[in-house]
Design a protein around this ligand. Structure first.
Ligand code: ADP
Ligand code: MG
Length: 227
């Protein structure tokens, strides 16, 4: 079935600069994402890839335009509705894993569920399943500093999956990894996409990741186009 899960309409984003001239990063872009597909967002450094992902996930707001998630414009949401939307529907993976250093791998994966009101005790089964999913069951009590870069990123993927999101937004998920670990992350994305039908939207420079894409979009001069 061809169901559009996210659709953006005439989205514009500018940042104010110290010189007073607005930096127009996204200029009235429109595009859509089909449920269950993997999309790569490419473009030069500074083109606006991260900015676009932040807008899609409700982490930042545009100057103009609409973002429909399953037909509802998320920009109509209040801040608390936006947080609820984000916690329940979107998983984030960043270039630098952003795991909390004081907590174990298992606790880092449990945190998004606890934010959603589930007790630590009741998260444990799901945490174990997620650790198994990313092949790191035996690392559950390791702190981030006791994990390799590739393992940290796999824990970050497991954390992104914690609340069973429909969409995962990944910003340069292999940007900090060698080719072997990049391949592991790439395989993991395909595995999760096939098993759960999760929609992936991934900003990347990694040419190998493009192999798993159903769709490649390029951001250039504030516009977005299929490649
Ligand atoms: N919060 C911000 N304030 C001002 N300028 C920003 C901000 N975030 C991003 N920018 C600018 O917007 C442009 C696009 O940034 P970004 O989306 O991070 O690009 P990419 O991820 O494609 O490398 C850059 O020129 C960057 O300096
Ligand atoms: Mg970026």
């Amino acid at each position: 079935m061809h169901e559009v899960i996210l659709r953006v309409e005439n989205l514009s984003k500018s940042f104010a600069t110290t010189t007073g001239i607005d930096l127009k990063i996204l200029k009235s872009i429109s595009t859509e994402f089909v449920k269950g597909k993997i999309t790569m967002i490419v473009g030069a450094s500074g083109a606006g890839k991260s900015t676009f992902l932040h807008l899609l996930g409700g982490l930042d707001r545009p100057n103009d335009g609409k973002i429909f998630f399953k037909g509802e414009n998320i920009l109509d949401y209040s801040e608390s509705q936006m947080t609820f939307f984000r916690n329940n529907n979107i998983g984030f993976v960043f270039q630098f894993h952003h795991l909390l250093p004081e907590f174990t791998a298992a606790e880092n994966i449990a945190i998004p569920q606890m934010i959603n009101g589930i007790s630590l005790k009741n998260t444990s089964q799901r945490v174990m399943n997620l650790l198994e999913e990313v092949g790191l069951k035996d690392r559950k009590n390791h702190k981030p500093a006791e994990l390799s870069g590739g393992e940290q990123q796999r824990i970050a993927v497991a954390r992104a999956l914690a609340n069973n999101p429909q969409v995962i937004l990944a910003d340069e998920p292999t940007g900090n990894l060698d080719s072997v670990n990049s391949q592991i992350i790439s395989n993991l994305i395909v595995q999760l996409n096939q098993k759960y039908g999760t929609t992936f939207i991934i900003a990347t420079h990694n040419k190998e990741l493009l192999n798993i894409a159903d769709q490649v979009l390029e951001i250039k001069d504030g516009m977005i186009n299929s490649k």
